[in-house]
Every structure is written in C-alpha cells, then in structure tokens.
Design a protein around this ligand. Structure first.
Ligand SMILES: Nc1ncnc2c1ncn2[C@@H]1O[C@H](COP(=O)(O)OP(=O)(O)OP(=O)(O)O)[C@@H](O)[C@H]1O
Ligand SMILES: [Mg+2]
Length: 309
C-alpha cells in the first residue's frame, strides 16, 4: 500500500535521509520510530507529496508520489507534526473547509462531518471556536480533518506528541478504531511504548538510515541472540543463586536487586531448563524463574547501538 524506494533527501550539503526503502502492506499499522532529527518527518512529508526528493521514489496505493501527487493526496489523510488550526473558525467550519478542499459534494458534507465528529467524540464541540479547544481536542480535530474524504491510508506525524497521559490513551483508542476500520496507517513517534500495542510492523530510523524494518515479531527474533532471565528466590538465597548462575557458561551480566537476580542468557531452551535444575539441586528456594519478554524500548536501544540490524 505504501512503498518507499531508495528515498534520499539532502538539505544543501546535509544528508537528512539516506537511501531509505521500506514497504507497508494493506491494513498494516507501521510504527516509524527514531530519535529527534532522525528523518521521520522528512520521509513523511515526502510521502505526503509536500517535499521533493533528492532522489528515489514513493508509491501510495499504486500512485507515484512524484509522478501523480494529486492522486496520492486523494488517497491519504495527512496529519503533520506542526499543524496549524484556524483559530477564527468553528469546529464544523474547520472540517467543512477541508471537505470543500477535497471536493466533497455539498449534499454529503454535513453527514460526513457529523460522522467524523461522532467518531472522534467531538460532537458536543461542533459549534465551538477552534481557538477555545484544549490541545488534546485540537489534536483530535486534526485527526478528524484527515478523515473527511475517507482515505484508505493515514500518514500521521507524531499525533500524540504533547498530550497528557489520558489524552494519549484516547488517541490510542481512536487509532485502534481506525485500524479496525481497515485503514493502512503510518505513524511516527519517538515514544515506543505508545506504538508497541497496536503496530503490526515497525521501522527504526536513525541519522537518516533505516536500521531495521519488519514485523515486531521478526525484529524481536533477530534480537534473541540473548534473552533476559529473571530469577526470584526466597530468604537469603540471592548470593548463592548468583554464584550458581555465574558458574553457568550460558549466563552473563548478572545483577541482583533485593531477591531478584537478573542475567543475560545466551544458551538454548535445554540449557535454561538445566540451570533451573541446578539452582534447585543446590537447595535454593526458587520462587520464580522466567524469561523477560523484550520491550520495544530494549529492541530500539539494541538496534540503535548496533547490536543487531
Ligand atoms: N528544511 C530543512 N533545511 C535544513 N535541514 C533540515 C530541514 N528540515 C529538516 N532538516 C534536518 O534534517 C534532519 C531530519 O529532520 P526531520 O524533521 O525529518 O527529523 P524527525 O525524525 O522528524 O525528528 P523529530 O523527532 O524531532 O520530529 C534534521 O537534522 C533536521 O535538522
Ligand atoms: Mg518530526
């Protein structure tokens, strides 16, 4: 549905994005992750037909980003990172303005605006001035604006930035709803936990280069070079547990806190089972013994530190 092929962007001498390629399938939610200045917005603005590439190409729903930008604009809803809302307008006027721009016939506009307001829980604000809305509501209104022409593809540049935890959750719920509706979504963020639950795939970008892309499962698998093991013991057994573990060739980087010993484990499943056996045979009261699932944060840190790629 979205394809970026060898996209490169230079600002003067500065190489902002370097030969980026990735594909996003229909119905996928692609989390575009990277630190500040990585090149996320540059790539997104290119896909939204707002920025000329130095070289490379993009396609959205089969339309060429450079060859047929008008066709691309019709199939995408774009939420920029620094949107301006038109303060002198009322909420419904703001949406109507975009509906007109998308050439939606007058007869349909009222109905569509009603539906979009309903979806984004803004119906009660219909006649309020945009200037009087809270930041969270303004952000929702901007998302509403991207939906008036019912595009199959949404390109959202940090839609939850600057929101408080509650508004973030609301934004998340909304995005989930859009996912259920079958939209293909590209969403950027530097906050991983925000994307972890509902993205089907991610791309990690740093200093203009794509470090990894693929389904979350695939990327985690590549990182399975080592696993994190957490062992919780009773009473005074922590020191002895550490001792037994440090004698195991599959264990490294042992740390303990309170009654929990955490370590990196590089062995196979059988090796892990054997370690548990040894702990118990040594008379240590093991309360729990478990492998920690990798969080997206750790995945990101490992990728950007070049552990995997
Ligand atoms: N118009 C411009 N002229 C010169 N340099 C630019 C321009 N736009 C962006 N850059 C530079 O290109 C790099 C990538 O910027 P970009 O905005 O794409 O990053 P980003 O990943 O979106 O970061 P953030 O998380 O801060 O939004 C940055 O170093 C930025 O300073
Ligand atoms: Mg940005």
């Amino acid at each position: 549905m979205i394809e970026v092929v060898n996209f490169t962007k230079r600002y003067g001498d500065f190489l902002a994005v370097d030969d980026l390629s990735f594909t996003i399938g229909k119905g996928e939610i692609f989390g575009f992750i990277g630190p500040n200045g990585a090149g996320k917005s540059t790539t997104i603005r290119f896909l939204a037909t707002l920025l000329r590439p130095t070289s490379g190409e993009g396609r959205v729903a089969g339309h060429s980003v450079t060859g047929d930008p008008m066709a691309v604009r019709r199939v995408i809803g774009f939420m920029p990172d620094d949107f301006g809302v038109y303060d002198g307008m009322k909420v419904w006027e703001f949406l109507d303005f975009f509906a007109v721009a998308y050439e939606i016939p007058r007869a349909f506009r009222k109905k569509i605006i009603g539906e979009v307001l309903e979806l984004l829980d803004l119906t009660s604000k219909r006649d309020d001035y945009v200037s009087g809305l809270s930041k969270g509501m303004k952000q929702r209104l901007c998302l509403a604006k991207t939906l008036v022409h019912d595009p199959p593809v949404l390109i959202l540049d940090e839609p939850a930035s600057g929101l408080d935890p509650r508004a973030r959750l609301e934004m998340k719920a909304l995005l989930n709803e859009l996912k259920q509706m079958g939209k293909t979504i590209l969403i950027s963020s530097h906050i991983l936990s925000e994307l972890a639950d509902f993205c089907t795939s991610i791309g990690v970008i740093e200093r203009g280069k794509l470090l990894a892309a693929g389904s979350i499962g695939e990327i985690q698998q590549r990182i399975r070079a080592y696993r994190v093991l957490k062992v919780r013991v009773l009473g005074e057994d922590t020191t002895r547990a550490k001792e037994v573990m440090s004698n195991d060739p599959s264990v490294r980087q042992i740390e303990s806190f309170d009654h929990t010993v955490t370590a990196e484990f590089v062995g196979r499943d059988q090796d892990m089972a054997r370690l548990l056996e040894r702990l118990i045979q040594s008379g240590i009261s093991v309360q729990s013994f478990a492998e920690e699932p990798l969080s997206l944060e750790e995945v990101f840190m490992m990728i950007t530190q070049g552990v995997v790629g």
